[in-house]
Design a protein around this ligand. Structure first.
Ligand code: PFF
Length: 466
């Protein structure tokens, strides 16, 4: 293995990898839970504002930084905006490592649910013990299964499986990443479309889905909704963590990054939209109550709905398996990108081999993943307030998801907008763009986005006091 930087074989390879990064747990697990929590229709306006005002321009900026410099995030920032800007790059790399740790932990649980589909988890009305590793004494609902799974050491094993897969895919950089996303990304679209067709064709499924899209103008006065939508958009588009810049740095200099950003963000939001339709149709048809922690919706409420999809056991098992398989592959194409950002940064900075860089990142993150999922820690969270509560995972998620991403976004806009000059970036992007950017781009990067992000960050901090 060498320290040579990679290249995507084709534009398609890049689009698949970047959209694979964007589409992940955020689109399936977090989006529907956030959309529900913030009242369905009320979430949409803030969501679209977040997409067009924040998400798209920042993606263009992060992609542009990668192709302009051919470097990963911290060094790209250094080259474009000076030595001091490099610091925020390393901050984002550290945040990416924190997120990787718990992201993989969640994927380990999803893997456990997937395996459980071969037990009796998804058999309708079954009361027998299920899954080889759980020890349930009562009826085999998804929730009981999930909690008994958490109380065992199996998730730790699954974490090593997921880490193994990640490192396998990352071992040769772009070459192996491209091979994996060419299989996984089309597959996850296929499964999600299958799920939504089933959901919408259920009696009443369509009405459920409409809940998500019925505008609720009262709800949008709530500052929490806006905060939720902004963080959700950053996370969902994989922004503020150095990922997109690392991926873009493997493209030739003449890539049309305006067009690529439009494609990737529409693919991401399109997927999110379809996932929302599928999940809300199930929720409404089976009158499920998704209250609880963020994870409860996907990990035991939706499975409960899947249990009712058919009276034929193998069909419910198949749907259950596919649902979690979908989560696992969507999550994998995201977690590899979460790891690739830091790996690329270390390779560029320290001129070390890919294997060394991956080891430096994987060891602490793996320990973090294990910590998030150790039965004793999870259990303390569970006993704390009856939900996943104050586990390490929740605390990390809270600070990184709600603050760190937005702070990085704010500082990078200031650095590029004011030190390099937004116009320079815009002209560089326009050089190869089929749809050139107008001066509005400068206004967004220099004034609008920093103001919005600063407001959201400060108001969240203010809220924190109470
Ligand atoms: N966008 C991914 C998701 O929606 O699950 C998560 C993610 C991946 C965030 C990569 C950030 C990142 F750099």
């Amino acid at each position: 293995m060498s320290t040579k930087r990679g290249n995507w074989n084709s534009k398609l390879g890049f689009i698949l990898a970047a959209s694979g990064s964007a589409i992940g747990l955020g689109n399936i697990v977090f989006f529907s839970s956030n959309a529900y929590q913030y009242g369905g229709g009320a979430f949409y306006l803030p969501y679209f504002v977040a997409l067009f005002v924040l998400g798209l321009p920042i993606m263009m900026m992060e992609f542009g930084m990668g192709t302009l410099t051919g470097k990963s995030f911290p060094l790209a920032l250094r080259q474009l905006a000076g030595k001091r800007a490099e610091f925020v790059g390393w901050w984002s790399i550290a945040s990416a490592m924190f997120i990787t740790a718990y992201y993989v932990a969640i994927l380990g649980w999803a893997f456990g649910m997937m395996v459980g589909a071969f037990g009796s988890l998804f058999e309708p009305g079954i009361t027998a013990p299920f899954a080889p590793f759980a020890n349930p004494t009562e009826s085999a609902s998804a929730m009981v299964y999930f909690f008994s799974l958490l109380a065992t050491w199996w998730p730790v094993v699954f974490i090593f499986v997921i880490w193994g897969l990640n490192l396998l895919i990352l071992r040769n950089g772009t070459a192996t990443i491209e091979r994996a996303v060419r299989i996984f990304v089309p597959l996850m679209w296929l499964f999600m479309i299958g799920l939504v067709v089933r959901g919408l064709t259920l009696d009443g499924g369509f009405d459920g889905a409409m809940y998500l899209f019925t505008p609720d103008l009262e709800g949008i006065a709530d500052a929490n909704v806006w905060r939720g939508a902004f963080s959700q958009m950053f996370f969902s588009l994989s922004l503020g963590l150095g990922t997109m810049t690392a991926y873009a740095s493997y493209l030739p200099k003449d890539a049309d990054q305006v067009n690529n950003s439009l494609l990737v963000s529409f693919l991401n939001c399109g997927f999110e939209f379809i996932a929302g339709l599928a999940i809300f149709s199930l929720l409404f048809v089976y009158a499920l109550n998704p209250a609880g922690s963020t994870l409860s919706l996907s990990f035991f409420v939706i499975p409960q709905g899947i249990n009712e999809l058919s009276t034929i056991p193998w069909i419910t098992r198949l749907f259950g398996f596919l649902f979690f398989f979908l989560i696992v592959i969507a999550g994998l194409t995201s977690s590899i990108s979460l790891i690739e950002g830091p790996a690329a940064a270390l390779i560029d900075k320290l001129k070390i081999s890919r294997r060394k860089a991956l080891t430096i990142i994987a060891v602490p993150c793996m320990i973090g993943s294990v910590l998030c999922t150790l039965p004793i820690i999870v259990d303390q969270g569970l006993n704390g307030n009856g939900t996943l509560g104050l586990s390490i995972l929740d605390i990390t998620d809270h600070w990184v998801f709600s603050y760190s991403l937005l702070i990085v976004g704010l500082v990078e806009c200031l650095a590029i907008g004011w030190i390099l000059g937004a116009d320079k970036l815009r002209l560089a992007l326009n050089q190869y763009a089929r749809y050139p950017l107008g001066r509005w781009f400068n206004v967004l990067i220099k004034y609008v986005i920093p103001t919005l992000l600063a407001t959201v960050i400060l108001s969240s901090l203010w809220e924190e006091r109470s």
